[in-house]
Ligand binder design. Structure first.
Ligand SMILES: C[S@@+](CC[C@H](N)C(=O)[O-])C[C@H]1O[C@@H](n2cnc3c(N)ncnc32)[C@H](O)[C@@H]1O
Length: 465
């Protein structure tokens, strides 16, 4: 997840000249003949200034440069590119720009909206959008008086420990929602929704540190008032500029773009076997970064959820589940065999840590890791199913430290992929260190772990034989 990628303040420093390491080469085996040169750094930081990619901050996005690099090496104009965990659509946007057909799966409705709106945005009439922006500015200026009574209401089920918006900010947000309700054109309306969602935390009393929490808990002052309409209008103007840029840079040919708002584990329902030329993706990492909790405001305010129960499916279908959903189980086992790997022993070692801590001890974390690797198995089975023979998958994944124990997820993913019949071509590690990982900032951090291990991100290259 290329760690916290776009929320710049949490972004990690990374090696200025990336260390390139192919584990297969390090083991004296030959790297693939195809694209054996090092990949571009996959970290998202660069995206925040790039057209279209800059629209939505996403803590776990990867860099468009990396995606472009992979497309140049492995794709051509006839390729179909899949991202099983499309996040806010980095792979999809780059694939459209490259002239490829593309498909993304994304389980989080807010991220799926971003993927869909961004990847289709070259189809928008930018002049019409400009008209709507101007009309919004007039509506907002006229309504932003204290005696204006908005018709809109905050989402009923959205409860927070302290008020999400100050009364003055809330008034302005409701004015925006009143205008939103007047927009008939569905594509323009979605752009307005995205502009609101991508800025909504910036004028709230919450912030990403990198998980979403109260500003006051992070030592920041409360926002009693703020620019709301102005921030949204500025974001929409950015959209309008970028749509024109997209239209000017996209190849003329029509491309097919499909966004599936469902779990990739349902791949057989949506994809024909052997229909994909190239997969470029990054699944959630084994760091328990809680996508649902961190997008709670977006999901409520965009009406994707109404009550806490609506999160249940999202939690259980999320890649690797979450530690919170499995920590109380007596024992969650791997549901596949992996001969010649120390993964089972690693899980046992983890399980034996700090039994006195109950659900917070090693057993809960071992359950979480087992759930994660079970989903890795389902994921690579999906790759094996979806790819055409000879097709490649480039998977960006971070390693992890749980209870002080280093878990080389990249190596285990490679081994699991081989188990389902994929060829492990190589594993590159373009960034030597990684910080800002939510787990490392939580109570599982240990000085010992920090001293003896490094966090890194790897690119696992697989091929269907
Ligand atoms: C590391 S992020 C991908 C970011 C993406 N590469 C980008 O640049 O925006 C992983 C994404 O997987 C999504 N996800 C988690 N479980 C999923 C599942 N079972 N099926 C589809 N998407 C899932 C999460 O919501 C998250 O957006």
């Amino acid at each position: 997840m290329i760690v916290p990628k776009m929320m710049t303040s949490q972004l990690t420093a990374h090696a200025s000249s990336p260390m390139q390491l192919s584990l297969l080469e390090a083991n004296g085996q030959s790297a693939a003949n195809n694209g054996s040169a090092a990949f571009n750094d996959p970290a998202f930081a660069g995206n925040k200034k790039l057209p279209v990619h800059r629209w939505v901050p996403w803590i776990a996005g990867f860099s468009s440069d990396f995606v472009r690099d992979v497309l140049e090496r492995y794709a051509n104009g006839n390729s179909t590119v899949l991202d099983p965990f499309s996040g806010v659509g980095t792979t999809l946007v780059e694939s459209v720009l490259f002239g490829c057909n593309t498909c993304g799966f994304e389980i989080n409705p807010y991220a799926a909206l971003a993927s869909r709106v961004k990847s289709h945005s070259h189809q928008i009439n930018a002049t019409l959008l400009d008209d709507y922006i101007e009309r919004f500015k007039s509506f907002y200026a006229e309504s932003a008086r204290a005696d204006y009574l908005p018709q809109s209401h905050p989402p009923k089920g959205f409860n927070t420990r302290s008020p999400f918006y100050s009364p003055k900010v809330l008034h302005k947000v409701l004015i925006f929602l009143d205008y939103l309700a007047l927009i008939q054109a569905a594509d323009i309306r979605d752009l307005f929704r995205l502009a609101f969602a991508s800025t909504m935390v910036s004028y709230s009393n919450y912030s990403y540190e990198p998980s979403l929490g109260r500003r006051t808990s992070a030592g920041k002052s409360e926002l009693l008032d703020g620019l709301v309409g102005e921030v949204i209008a500025r974001k929409l103007t950015e959209f309008s500029e970028d749509i024109r840029w997209f239209q000017a840079h996209k190849p003329q040919k029509e491309t097919e773009i499909k966004i599936v708002e469902a779990s990739f584990f349902e791949y057989e329902k949506y994809l024909a076997a052997g229909s994909i030329d190239l997969i470029i993706t990054s699944p959630p990492y084994l760091n328990n970064y809680h996508y649902n909790r961190n997008t709670r405001p977006h999901l409520y305010w965009l009406d994707f959820v109404e009550q806490p129960g609506d999160f249940k499916n999202l939690e259980y279908a999320n890649f690797g589940k979450y530690w919170q959903t499995v920590r109380e189980q007596t024992r969650l086992e791997l549901d596949f065999c992996l001969p010649d790997s120390d993964l089972p022993q690693k899980l046992e070692l983890l399980r034996a840590q700090k039994p006195e801590k109950g659900i917070y001890g090693g057993n809960g974390w071992a359950n979480y890791a087992a759930a994660y690797f079970n989903d890795c198995y389902k994921f690579v089975s999906g790759i094996q199913y979806a790819l055409k023979p000879g097709g490649s998958a480039l998977v960006v994944i971070g390693n992890s430290i749980l209870q002080g124990i280093l878990i080389p997820t990249d190596q285990y993913l490679g081994a699991i992929a081989q188990r389902v019949g994929l060829e492990l071509v190589r594993i590159d590690i373009p960034r030597a260190t990684r910080v800002g990982n939510s787990i490392i900032q939580s109570d599982v951090r240990t000085v010992k772990a920090k001293k003896s291990h490094q966090l890194y991100e790897a690119i696992v290259e697989l091929r269907k034989v």
